[in-house]
Design a protein around this ligand. Sequence first.
Ligand code: SF4
Length: 255
Amino acid sequence: MVNENNASAVNLHVIRTSKSTKARGYVALMPAANSENHGATRPAKARAMRLANALRKQYPQAHCALVHRNAFELLIATILSAQATDVSVNKVTPELFRDFPDAASMAKATPAELEPYLRSIGLFRNKAKSISGTARMLVEEFGGKVPRTMEELIRLPGVARKTANVVLGNAFGLNEGFVVDTHIQRLAVRFGLAKKGDDVGTIERKLMALFPRERWCELSHELIWHGRAVCKARGGGCADDAICREFGVGCGRRE
Ligand code: SF4
């Protein structure tokens, strides 16, 4: 799942406005939920709640599309999902996790040894380096376990805020932030939750301010499912959808 570009579900849009340490620190220290309202007035929150309930009703089966059995597998799969579809990641991870089932075994592998498993997904050389480096850091600094804090997770190679949010929410049940992938970025604007031109950090803050914290992870899946099933990038024949009719106020494709 989720978007460093466009394809996937938890294919997250990792927040990388800059590679500088300062910027990464800034991202890590985003204000806690609701500590700033980011325009989230009471009516806006009430509207957001109606949207959340409509999405829950329409997508009761929504879940993380990346196949995983534990936090380590989800972390690695999410790193691999950047600029790749969840489907393509799910095709390579069974063999990868069969041969490297945990951080200790993956840490012993060089990127070159991991590359053959990843050739069918985009940016496979960089991703081999990232998961090799992540596995090594997990072993050397975290006892082989996946850490449970944003600050620790975003230190891992290939991990930024979106990936960390996916892991925290889905593996540990911790709603630290709101996953913003390409679908959520698009739908936030179409549903009038954010403005056109908002960057992913701004969108995340706005969503965090609008929706109750306990719904963030669930909502990320429901929005992604809606983006895949109905409110697709190019639109088309979708404006009679009930959620679109009530909430698609920011979409130029509606009549
Ligand atoms: S018209 Fe289609 S693309 Fe636009 S908000 Fe509605 S469902 Fe989404």
